[in-house]
Design a binder for this molecule. Structure first.
Ligand SMILES: *[C@@H]1O[C@H](CO)[C@@H](O)[C@H](O)[C@H]1NC(C)=O
Ligand SMILES: *[C@@H]1O[C@H](CO)[C@@H](O)[C@H](O)[C@H]1NC(C)=O
Ligand SMILES: *[C@@H]1O[C@H](CO)[C@@H](O)[C@H](O)[C@H]1NC(C)=O
Ligand SMILES: *[C@@H]1O[C@H](CO)[C@@H](O)[C@H](O)[C@H]1NC(C)=O
Ligand SMILES: *[C@@H]1O[C@H](CO)[C@@H](O)[C@H](O)[C@H]1NC(C)=O
Ligand SMILES: *[C@@H]1O[C@H](CO)[C@@H](O)[C@H](O)[C@H]1NC(C)=O
Ligand SMILES: *[C@@H]1O[C@H](CO)[C@@H](O)[C@H](O)[C@H]1NC(C)=O
Ligand SMILES: *[C@@H]1O[C@H](CO)[C@@H](O)[C@H](O)[C@H]1NC(C)=O
Ligand SMILES: *[C@@H]1O[C@H](CO)[C@@H](O)[C@H](O)[C@H]1NC(C)=O
Length: 481
């Protein structure tokens, strides 16, 4: 057999280019946003803080302090936020909606709801702080597609900033922060002192035309940003942070049964998946039946030391279709890109493209796992097997990867029509089996590194068949790492 090796220099070259491209673009907006519009410059910004602090984005705007808020980090401002939102609801669509300006300061609050046609604007130096006392957090019914809180049966805590059945909502600013102060929640969760599932930092449900941009989200009690059954959503220029260890379930962004979503230009480093596309859990998700579809994820730098950079699943019972992951760097992570599911989920994962993805120091690069057996209750149907098909990987590069590919299909859940093209991943050390497969059918176009598993058909660059696979179901999985 011919050992197919992309020359090391070519690999390094490409790898460096991609890293540089990703960082240049992310840092460019960071710098850009710091220096503001070029015709104003820095000192105008300093001289006229009052003006430049709050660009006028709606015809009516209000300052949080008008509603009696105090940014001292001690006063509980839930009432002020609620009064402000009620005022904006009163302006309504005919009035063009309203903007709520949050000035620099530390604005402690309990959970509150947003309204339609509203812009929440966080000045530079503004920080909304989630109150840690769980008695301020209202309980809400479980999400219909989960049937359960997620960690506990029954009701779940709502999110710090919540919205449902809304249209035209913007959360933005000059990189102000929404801080969930999740530490006390993580501790109580570890000590098993909670009877209900923790709340997300921001949860928007059954809503459309949503923009969340140019702010920092940190230390969420649970998932950070959770769009649920929403349409037309743009999430961009976010910095999402949580400790990389001991911040359980602090996923970055979890689009869940959502349609037409763009996630771009974000830096995410959290205690669980950076992005996880979902669509409900087992029989509840199948009954609810809303897929996540038309999702574009591009230009992100992400890190997840305990989980994965970009995940699909494991809750995917409503289906996931038409997802593009483009120009993403995953660094210092356990898994880079992952699809996870299990018998009982039902649904499908289909038409998924990964291109220009860089892995830098990750244990497993590409992981597909079909035995993620975590179920809401005993009521799931084992014969409801998901289908996984039409998945393309192109322009996959990186270094410091232990297992570049592990596609673990099974007899019940075979993986169909996977395509690899233009891949070169530098290994941490050469184990014998670094491209692991089981029950997968698909093709490789051109030469890739490492040498693909024998389950895949080989084609040359011109698309001519070179060698057909002898068997789809050869199993060569080694679950170390
Ligand atoms: C926004 O703030 C976060 C946290 O302080 C920081 O890491 C990030 O670089 C800032 N982004 C911009 C665009 O200034
Ligand atoms: C927000 O609205 C939902 C739906 O009406 C309600 O269940 C929830 O309690 C509200 N949250 C707060 C903090 O008022
Ligand atoms: C984003 O935030 C920065 C400050 O960090 C600000 O200078 C810039 O104007 C903001 N961009 C937008 C589009 O609001
Ligand atoms: C959880 O339930 C137990 C038993 O009913 C109760 O003693 C405890 O106070 C509850 N904890 C919380 C945080 O509600
Ligand atoms: C999507 O939402 C944006 C922002 O609210 C809006 O400008 C745009 O018209 C919406 N697009 C569609 C197709 O509704
Ligand atoms: C797939 O999603 C993209 C947006 O990410 C959209 O432009 C395209 O039309 C979708 N394709 C189909 C077949 O719906
Ligand atoms: C395999 O997937 C590719 C794209 O991922 C798609 O274009 C092609 O039609 C699929 N082939 C079959 C036989 O479904
Ligand atoms: C694997 O496929 C071959 C035919 O290609 C078949 O004979 C064999 O039974 C299959 N093994 C399993 C475990 O499905
Ligand atoms: C591989 O799987 C495909 C699609 O499931 C099937 O058409 C084909 O016959 C299989 N080939 C082998 C060698 O098992």
């Amino acid at each position: 057999m011919v050992e197919t090796q992309v020359p090391l220099s070519a690999r390094l070259h490409l790898f460096c280019l991609l890293w540089i491209a990703a960082f240049v673009s992310i840092f460019f907006w960071q710098r850009n946003s710091l220096s503001g519009p070029s015709d104003f410059g820095l000192h105008r910004r300093a001289a006229t803080v009052g003006l430049s602090q709050f660009p006028r984005l709606r015809p009516r705007s209000f300052d949080l302090t008008e509603f009696g808020a105090a940014g001292d980090g001690i006063t509980v401002n839930t009432g002020a936020f609620e009064r402000a939102v009620a005022r904006i609801a009163g302006v309504g669509w005919r009035g063009g909606g309203g903007q709520l300006n949050v000035p620099p300061g530390r604005w402690l609050t309990g959970p509150f709801n947003l309204t339609s046609h509203m812009t929440l604007f966080l000045a530079e130096g503004a920080e909304i702080l989630g109150i840690q006392d769980q008695r301020y957090w209202p309980l809400m019914p479980p999400l219909p597609s989960y049937g359960y809180g997620r960690e506990h049966p029954g009701p779940r805590y709502g999110s710090l900033i919540h919205g449902q059945n809304l249209r035209d909502v913007v959360i933005t600013g000059h990189n102000g922060t929404i801080n969930g102060q999740g530490q006390s929640w993580w501790k109580k969760h570890r000590e098993k002192l909670l009877n209900n599932t923790r709340g997300p930092l921001i949860q928007i449900m059954w809503s459309s035309d949503i923009i969340i941009s140019n702010i920092t989200l940190r230390d969420s009690p649970f998932w950070t940003l959770h769009p649920y059954d929403c349409r037309n959503m743009t999430i961009k220029k976010l910095t999402i942070l949580a400790p990389t260890f001991d911040a359980p379930n602090t996923d970055g962004i979890d689009p869940d049964s959502c349609e037409d979503v763009v996630i771009e230009d974000c830096y995410i480093s959290v205690g669980d998946d950076a992005v996880a596309i979902k669509s409900g859990w087992d029989q509840y998700g199948i009954a609810y039946g809303r897929p996540s579809r038309n999702i574009l994820i591009r230009n992100l730098v992400v890190r997840s030391m305990v989980s994965a950079g970009i995940s699909i699943g494991s809750e995917m019972s409503g289906g996931v279709i038409n997802v593009t992951v483009d120009s993403v760097v995953v660094w210092d992570s356990r898994r880079a890109v992952r699809i996870k599911t299990a018998p009982g989920r039902g649904g499908y994962i289909k038409d998924i493209r990964y291109r220009n993805v860089v892995f830098d120091n990750v244990r497993v690069g590409i992981l597909i796992k079909t035995d993620y057996n975590e179920h809401p209750d005993e009521g799931f149907d084992l014969t409801a097997v998901p289908t996984i098909e039409d998945i393309t990987f192109s322009g996959i590069h990186g270094q410091g990867v232990r297992v570049p590919v592990r596609i673990h299909g099974s007899k019940e859940i075979p993986i169909r029509n996977v395509t690899f093209r233009d891949m070169s991943v530098g290994l941490t050390y050469k184990k014998k089996r670094v491209f692991q497969c089981a029950f997968v059918q698909g093709r490789v176009t051109g030469t890739i590194f490492p040498t693909p598993c024998e389950n895949l058909d080989l084609y040359d660059e011109q698309g001519r068949l070179v060698k057909r696979s002898a068997s789809n179901n050869t199993t060569d999985i080694d679950d170390d790492f």
